[in-house]
Write a protein of this length. Structure first.
Length: 217
């Protein structure tokens, strides 16, 4: 049975359109150009951080995050950046008695923002900076398995990327759900891996509660 559901953050719970737009502004390039390059880098199977290198070779993402904060323009997301199905989906899953968590590749600051948004909705919020391990490193998923109070095969990890979320979570022994939104899922959706690996494939998080209920019967 599935007893716990753990969510990725970016393009799963949070629409990152605004955040990446502010990075384009910080770099001084048109948002359309930045987004186009972002898509091209993903389609080529490269790390998304390569986008910044295309515009500014030697770009240090962590240093620039600090510089943005010092300039009064820190990374930020809030209620308006959540996908419209998030609140209802969490409520339905909680109503079904499922244990809920959020765990993704996020900074300490992002972890604070997540706790402000979700502390009363989920049982756990963990970030890669908190744990010193980031996806797709198996250590990240081992950490998730350590802090969730159920067996690993009773966990469902929900994410938008086959490479960063679905494949490594499955290799760790978890069930997985691939949500069809954001640039990665859009590009990867029709791939063989995206069709074969996930336990569930969904267009909306609202599909999860009935699918889990049926799976658990």
């Amino acid at each position: 049975m599935i007893r716990a559901v753990i969510f990725d953050v970016g393009e799963c719970l949070v629409d990152e359109t605004t955040e990446y737009g502010t990075w384009a502004d910080w770099l001084g390039v048109p948002r359309h150009t930045f987004h186009s390059m972002f898509g091209a880098v993903i389609a080529q199977g490269r790390d998304y951080r390569d986008v910044f290198q295309e515009f500014r070779p030697g770009f240090d993402l962590y240093a620039e995050r600090d510089a943005r904060a010092e300039a009064g323009k820190p990374e930020h997301f809030g209620e308006s950046d959540l996908y419209v199905d998030v609140r209802q989906a969490l409520a339905e899953l909680r109503g079904d008695g499922l244990w809920l968590g959020i765990a993704g590749n996020q900074t300490v600051r992002a972890g604070k923002l997540l706790r402000e948004l979700f502390s009363s909705d989920v049982d756990l919020i963990g970030t890669s900076d908190d744990w010193g391990a980031s996806k797709p490193d198996p250590a990240f998923f081992h950490r998730v398995a350590e802090v969730v109070p159920f067996d690993v095969d009773e966990m469902l990890y929900v994410g938008d990327r086959v490479d960063n979320d679905i494949r490594p979570a499955r290799e760790a022994g978890m069930h997985t759900a691939l949500v069809h939104r954001g640039p990665w899922a859009t590009i990867q959706w029709r791939s063989e891996a995206a069709q074969k690996i996930p336990t569930f494939r969904v267009d909306s998080l609202l599909e999860l509660a009935p699918l889990i209920s049926q799976f658990n019967r």
